[in-house]
Design a protein around this ligand. Sequence first.
Ligand SMILES: O=C(O)c1ccccc1N[C@@H]1O[C@H](COP(=O)(O)O)[C@@H](O)[C@H]1O
Length: 213
Amino acid sequence: MTARVKICGLTRPAHVQAVAECGAAYAGFVFFAKSPRNVSIAQARDLALTLKPGVAKVGLVVNATNDELDAILAEVPLDMLQLHGKESPARVAEIRARYGLPVMKAVGVADAADLDQLAAYEAVADQILVDAKAPKGADLPGGNGLSFDWTLIADRKWSKPWMLAGGLTPENVALAIEKTGATQVDVSSGVEAAPGQKDDALVRAFVAAAAYS
Ligand SMILES: O=C(O)c1ccccc1N[C@@H]1O[C@H](COP(=O)(O)O)[C@@H](O)[C@H]1O
């Protein structure tokens, strides 16, 4: 099985180049001030414009207001929004209608009870991102390099396209795909030399591992 890969948290043109060259399907830009991967609107615009067609540009936001989204989307040519905060199903639907862009809603999973919220989001989002739930008090709602028990979703039937995230690395992504049946995977910290610094060799190794799993 070949999984489509999203590399999230790109901050430099060289990283964008590496992502495009190695065959990733999605490139993610983080608009969240607390993240070591945060980019300004101007930076994101420059990075997005260097990407070749065929790589979907995803803007990650956390509980963003309409004003914040207006400002981002006026400048950055995004193909998809990733909502990684506590956005309700109604807010997901509102954003999707207002901006006319596909929306991927992140859902944090730590145990089986966390899966109960999936149906409401599947009804309104274009894609679901299944991530590890951030620990209480964590600065970031994602991008923490933590994984969850993949067996929780092993037999799940999905009504929308979905992506697996959380603590994925070049070493474990093949097993994660095997255990969950994911056809799309998302990684941020697992392909970094330091927080916010993508490592081209790790990016290439991750995409190769996801392709030949
Ligand atoms: O990457 C970030 O800095 C980030 C900040 C705020 C919310 C989400 C963030 N990243 C997303 O988190 C998951 C898992 O990341 P990791 O591979 O475990 O580091 C992924 O979907 C990123 O897009």
